[in-house]
Design a protein around this ligand. Structure first.
Ligand code: 7TS
Length: 409
C-alpha cells in the first residue's frame, strides 16, 4: 500500500525547517529531487567500508567497489528494460549524455544538407549541443512547435520529419509544460523516414515506467539527481550496433584496449565511452535509488503524482490572475505545474513563497526558446514527487493568496 506519510519518513530532509519555526515544503523536485536514507547510506557505506578505485585493483576493496558499481549499472539497465548493461553508459548527467551523442554520433554522421529535428519545448540540454554540432558539420537544426495547450504540434510533423532528417531529438516530458509526449509514436514516425531518435527522459524516468525496448528509441538520456539519486551521475542508453559504430568521446584510462606511442584501440562497451575514474559513490547511489523506486513501485509513484497534479490544477486555478501553462488535462501531464500570476513577477512569487517555507523554481527553467515563443521572460513552477501531499498544495495556494495581498492585487 502506498502511504505518503510513510514515504515522507524515508526522506530526512523533509523533517527540516526552511526557516526557524517554518516547516519545509519542497516543491522543486523537477530541478533536483530529495534523497532517501537508503541512497545516503549506500554512498556513506562505500566511503566508510570499501572505498577504492574500480576496474583496476585486485585487492579486496577494489573488487568490492567494482562489484557494487557494476551491480548498480545492471539495476539501472533492468530499470529501463535495456537488453544489456553494456548499453548503459554512465555519464555525469542528462546534459553530458546528450553532448556525448552530439560529439560522437553527430560529428561522425552529420553532413551539410542533413537535418536534426528537435522541438520548441526542449530544455537547453537538448538544443544547445545540436546547435553546436550543426554549426560544426553544416547540418541544419529544425524545431517542431507546440500548440496553445503546450502539446507538440503533430500536424506540423509531416513537413519537418523528412528523409533529410537524420536524428529526431525530443523530450519525453516537458520540464515547463509538464506535457507527456507520445514517445513511441514519435519514434515510429522518425523511423518511417529513416531518422534515428534521441529521447530526453530527464523528466520521465524518475516518474513512470520507461521501457527502451518497447519505445524502440535509439538513444535515451536521464539524470540520477532527479530520481532520488545523487548529482554527478547520469545515463546514456543506446542501441548496441549504434554505440559500437560510434567513435569514443573522451580519451584516457579505462576506455582503451591497447595504447602504443603511435595509436590506441578502444575498449568494449560500455567502457569505450567511460574515460577516467568514474563517479563511483554516485553510481552506487543511483543503484540504491533504483532499488528504492522499485520498492515503492513506479506505478504507485505515477498514480500518486497524477492525484497531486489533478488536485493542484484545481486548487491553483482559484487564485485570481493565475495562469497555468501546459495541457488542461492532468492525464496528459507529469507532476509539475508552471504558472504566472498577473501583476507579480515570478521571482517575487518564489521569494514570497520562500518566506512561507515553500521551495518553487522561478525563471526560464533552461527553456528560453519556449518562454520567448510565449512572449514571457519567466514563469514560476511547482513540481511534485512521491512525497508531496495535498496539504502542501494547500499551503502553496494559501501562500499565493498572501503574495497577491503583499502586492495589493
Ligand atoms: N532535460 C530536461 C527535460 C530537464 O528538465 C533537465 C533539467 C535536463 C534535461 C538537464 O538535466 P541535467 O541533470 O543534465 O542538468 N531540468 C531542470 C529544471 O527543470 N530545473 O532545473 C533543472
Amino acid at each position: 500500500m502506498f502511504d505518503v506519510n510513510e514515504i515522507r519518513k524515508d526522506f530526512p530532509i523533509l523533517a527540516e525547517e526552511a526557516h526557524a519555526g517554518v516547516p519545509l515544503v519542497y516543491l522543486d523536485s523537477a530541478a533536483s529531487s530529495q534523497k532517501p536514507t537508503a541512497v545516503i547510506d549506500a554512498m556513506n557505506n562505500y566511503y566508510r567500508r570499501y572505498n577504492a578505485n574500480v576496474h583496476r585493483g585486485i585487492h579486496r576493496l577494489s573488487e568490492d567497489a567494482t562489484n557494487a558499481y557494476e551491480d548498480a549499472r545492471r539495476r539501472v539497465s533492468e530499470f529501463i528494460h535495456s537488453p544489456s548493461p553494456e548499453q548503459v553508459i554512465l555519464v555525469r548527467n542528462a546534459t553530458e549524455g546528450m553532448n556525448l551523442l552530439a560529439y560522437t554520433w553527430g560529428i561522425a554522421n552529420l553532413r551539410p544538407g542533413d537535418e536534426v529535428l528537435t522541438t520548441e519545448m526542449e530544455h537547453h540540454a537538448n538544443i544547445v549541443p545540436w546547435q553546436m554540432i550543426c554549426e560544426m558539420t553544416g547540418a541544419t537544426l529544425r524545431y517542431v512547435s507546440f500548440t496553445e495547450d503546450g502539446l507538440l504540434d503533430m500536424d506540423a510533423l509531416p513537413d519537418l520529419l523528412t528523409e533529410k532528417t537524420k536524428l529526431f531529438a525530443f523530450t519525453a516530458a516537458s520540464n515547463v509544460f509538464g506535457t507527456i509526449n507520445p514517445v513511441k509514436e514519435l519514434v515510429a514516425k522518425a523511423h518511417a523516414v529513416g531518422a534515428l531518435t534521441a529521447v530526453d527522459a530527464a523528466q520521465s524516468v524518475p516518474h513512470s515506467i520507461v521501457d527502451v525496448q518497447d519505445l524502440n528509441c535509439d538513444f535515451l538520456v536521464f539524470s540520477s539527481h532527479k530520481m532520488c539519486g545523487p548529482t554527478g551521475m547520469g545515463v546514456l542508453y543506446g542501441k548496441r550496433e549504434l554505440l559500437e559504430a560510434m567513435p569514443p568521446f573522451m580519451g584516457g584510462g579505462d576506455m582503451i584496449r591497447r595504447v602504443s606511442m603511435e595509436k590506441s584501440t578502444w575498449n568494449d562497451l560500455p567502457y569505450k565511452f567511460e574515460a577516467g575514474t568514474p563517479s563511483i559513490a554516485e553510481g552506487i547511489g543511483l543503484g540504491a535509488a533504483v532499488d528504492y523506486l522499485n520498492q515503492v513501485g513506479m506505478d504507485n509513484i505515477h498514480h500518486h503524482e497524477q492525484l497531486i497534479t489533478r488536485y493542484a490544477l484545481e486548487a491553483m486555478s482559484e487564485v485570481p490572475g493565475l495562469k497555468i501553462m501546459g495541457p488542461k488535462q492532468a492525464e496528459l501531464r507529469g507532476g509539475l505545474v508552471s504558472f504566472t500570476v498577473d501583476g507579480l513577477h515570478p521571482h517575487d512569487i518564489a521569494q514570497l513563497l520562500d518566506g512561507d517555507g515553500i521551495a518553487v523554481r522561478a525563471g526560464h527553467h533552461c527553456a528560453m526558446p519556449l518562454h520567448k515563443k510565449l512572449g514571457i521572460g519567466a514563469s514560476a513552477r511547482a513540481s511534485f514527487y512521491l512525497h508531496t501531499t495535498t496539504e502542501e498544495v494547500d499551503l502553496l495556494v494559501a501562500s499565493l493568496h498572501r503574495a497577491r495581498k503583499v502586492f495589493r492585487l
